[in-house]
Ligand binder design. Sequence first.
Ligand code: SF4
Ligand code: SF4
Length: 139
Amino acid sequence: MTKKASVTISPKKSRREFIKKVKELSGQNLQLCYQCGMCTGNCPAAANMDVSPRRIIELARLGLEEEIAGSRTVWVCASCLACAVNCPRGFDLARVMEAIRLLTLRKNVDRVRPEDIPPQERGDLPQIAMVSGLRKLTG
Ligand code: SF4
Ligand code: SF4
């Protein structure tokens, strides 16, 4: 009987790959951030996040994809650019948030399933908000 070949991706390798993909998709140098916290201080959505914007960068450059995926922060981010405008290092965190969302959606993991939205709410929600929300939250 022939043995099936299996490929094991080491945690270290998958972390490196995650960091590389975030950098490629966002076009940002994660090492530029010096963790001052100005982004969190200026983020209008920070109160609704479970992991602060500053900490997302820290987790991203450590390649801790699962910790980021387990939080709701990147989905709460409104892409308002307040963090990017106020960053003393010229770092565009909004692009990193978008890159992480894309990487999650590419795995066919939708944040919102349209069929789970109750029919009575579907009728009440503004159409434009529905369209933009589903573009952001589904693959
Ligand atoms: S404001 Fe800029 S440098 Fe400061 S923590 Fe946020 S991204 Fe990093
Ligand atoms: S782009 Fe996202 S993380 Fe940045 S300030 Fe706006 S809501 Fe916060």
